[in-house]
Design a protein around this ligand. Structure first.
Ligand SMILES: Cc1cc2nc3c(=O)[nH]c(=O)nc-3n(C[C@H](O)[C@H](O)[C@H](O)COP(=O)(O)OP(=O)(O)OC[C@H]3O[C@@H](n4cnc5c(N)ncnc54)[C@H](O)[C@@H]3O)c2cc1C
Length: 521
């Protein structure tokens, strides 16, 4: 994972498949293609999962909401994929109990029946049966839930994960199977032989070097940026993506002290809302707001923050306020524009679409984190056909991801997401001078994780380290700002950078972090 070595390999290889975009979709494609034995290259313009894939609700789920909407095929597909993710990445995906608190006489029976259908659809890959809870049982599990008018609850199981740690793990899995991946390398043009695409032009964002890269197939997996790549192929083509913003707030664990999550099936705007324990904090969200302009750093709207706080307050004894928010983050759903007519973003299907242009560009849009594997399988099947590649079956159904490990406690061990790599990280702290001890004891982050991220996970900036290799920025933005100078110093030591670089890195990180906390608090 040394940048110059990767660059040399990129320059001299003719690839079977080039994937543009290093989010869940692109990384899934890289794992699928490499594990089938194709010469695979993935290029990410910024950092792996910098886009939507680090900004999800962190659920590996079938989607109770899609069941309500009657989108049965999506629920079936997602429940199956949930089960496979759970099996293939046990150190990253946990079984989470959700409770729907009910305040009407009909709520209990209604949701119990609905969730029995959900259980049934999961079949053998189910995570445990749902059941009705009495008022006393619901209060025991959720001591901070609003008790006035509470009739009882319904408990069901879904999966939870750390999205960007999963993304980095998929990157490492792809590399384990021979793929080449590079972050900070933006695709700026598509190469064509006559009418047909036969490669890309990419620019190394660190040096400005432009590279012409040849490939039999090119896949556009750029999420909300997909239209920009489509324009490189077919200028003037109508837009395919409707970006919809969702925000989350992070609260202290005291708002939800037990291990149960709350699911609100019908908010005042007709959506669902979750409050879920995550890395010893509580993540609350989300919203569904149509956004005109997409960016890599979307910002939560005041109205969205008010809505999440207000809705959370309806279900919690203690009303959370801006003062309680440790971090706020926004993400953009790359929803596939529905054909004909307008729809509210909450009504647009979360299913995916694969589009193939006349010149052979494969674009994959929509979908969910949970369904990344299936999306990748279908995309690579198309790539094989289009690129005339030797036919090989997909093997990712039962492919353990990098670091696969059963004997680790993903609920309580902060290093569990590293799986088998955990011991090597601990060894760096024990054996190498200057790498021992905590970077943040509050967030349970060790200095040795910095060395690991630079050496093995292509971390290049302070933000890579604090937003995606660890989740400091997302969990507690102020704490992440406090430790940023230490991270800059440690990274500079490993990367051989000067004081000026450290200063710039801290400034850039602080600028981004500003949008993750309320300064007037
Ligand atoms: C608020 C919210 C909550 C969600 N919650 C869940 C959930 O709980 N569970 C679930 O299953 N799903 C959830 N999702 C959906 C899921 O997060 C997305 O479907 C998924 O992350 C999309 O991944 P992607 O790879 O398509 O896009 P992205 O993650 O955005 O990746 C696209 C990448 O392409 C890169 N790129 C763009 N242009 C170029 C270029 N020219 N060259 C190189 N690289 C380029 C970008 O930098 C970016 O990193 C949620 C989504 C949102 C917004």
């Amino acid at each position: 994972m040394e940048r110059n070595t990767i660059l040399k390999k990129i320059r001299k290889t003719k690839w079977d498949i080039v994937i543009i975009g290093g989010g869940a979709t692109g990384l899934g494609c890289a794992v699928d293609a490499a594990s089938r034995g194709y010469k695979t290259l993935l290029l990410e313009q910024v950092d792996f999962s910098k886009g939507t894939s680090s900004r999800s609700t962190k659920l590996v789920h079938g989607g109770v909401r899609y069941l309500q909407q009657g989108d049965m095929s999506l629920v079936f597909e997602a429940l199956k994929e949930r089960g496979l993710m759970f099996k293939n990445a046990p150190h990253l995906v946990t079984n989470q109990s959700f409770i729907i608190p009910t305040y009407d006489w009909w709520g209990g029976p209604f949701y119990t029946v609905g969730l029995k259908v959900y259980d049934f659809m999961a079949g053998k890959l189910g995570l445990g049966p749902s059941k009705h809870l009495s008022r006393e049982e619901a209060i025991e599990a959720l001591p901070t839930v609003e008790q006035e008018g509470l009739k009882g609850g319904v408990i069901y199981q879904d999966g939870q994960f750390d999205d960007s740690r999963m993304a980095i793990t998929l990157a490492l899995t792809a590399v384990d199977y021979g793929a080449t991946l590079l972050n900070y390398c933006k695709v700026t043009q598509l190469l064509k032989d006559g009418e047909l695409i036969n490669g890309v032009v990419a620019v190394d964002q660190e040096t400005g070097e432009e590279m012409k890269i040849k490939s039999k197939v090119v896949i556009n997996a750029t999420g909300v940026f997909a239209d920009e790549v489509i324009q490189l192929d077919e200028p003037g083509k109508p837009e395919m993506i409707t970006p919809s913003q969702g925000i989350h707030l992070i609260l202290d664990r005291s708002f939800l002290p037990n291990d149960y999550a709350i699911m609100v099936p019908h908010t005042s705007d007709g959506r669902v809302m979750f409050a879920v324990p995550w890395h010893d904090h509580v993540v609350v969200g989300t919203t569904d707001t149509l956004i005109e302009n997409h960016s890599l750093e979307p910002v939560a709207l005041e109205s969205e923050v008010d809505f999440v706080l207000q809705t959370a307050g309806q279900y919690l004894v203690k009303q959370p306020t801006r003062k309680d928010v440790l971090s706020v983050f926004a993400g953009l759903r790359p929803l596939a524009k529905p054909e004909g007519g307008k729809k509210a973003t909450k009504e647009i299907s979360r299913g995916h679409k694969i589009l193939i242009s006349i010149s052979g560009l494969i674009t994959i849009i929509g979908g969910k984190w949970t369904t990344y594997r299936k999306m990748a399988e279908e995309t690579i099947d198309k790539a094989i056909m289009l690129g005339g590649l030797a036919e090989r079956d997909c093997i990712t159904h039962h492919l353990p991801v990098h670091g696969y490990r059963m004997d680790i406690d993903p609920y309580n061990d902060p290093l569990a997401p590293y799986g088998l790599d955990k011991e090597e990280i601990l060894a760096i702290g024990e054996e190498e001078k200057g790498w021992d001890g905590w970077l943040s004891e509050k967030l349970q982050i060790r200095k040795s994780q910095v060395a690991w991220a630079v050496r093995k996970e292509l971390a290049r900036t302070v933000e890579d380290m604090l937003a995606r290799r660890t989740r400091a920025l997302f969990l507690d933005a102020r704490e992440s700002v406090r430790i940023a100078p230490d991270v800059a110093k440690l990274m500079a030591k490993e990367l051989g950078k000067k004081k000026k670089w450290q200063k710039e890195q801290i400034e850039q990180f602080n600028e981004i972090a500003k949008n993750y906390y309320f300064r007037d608090k």
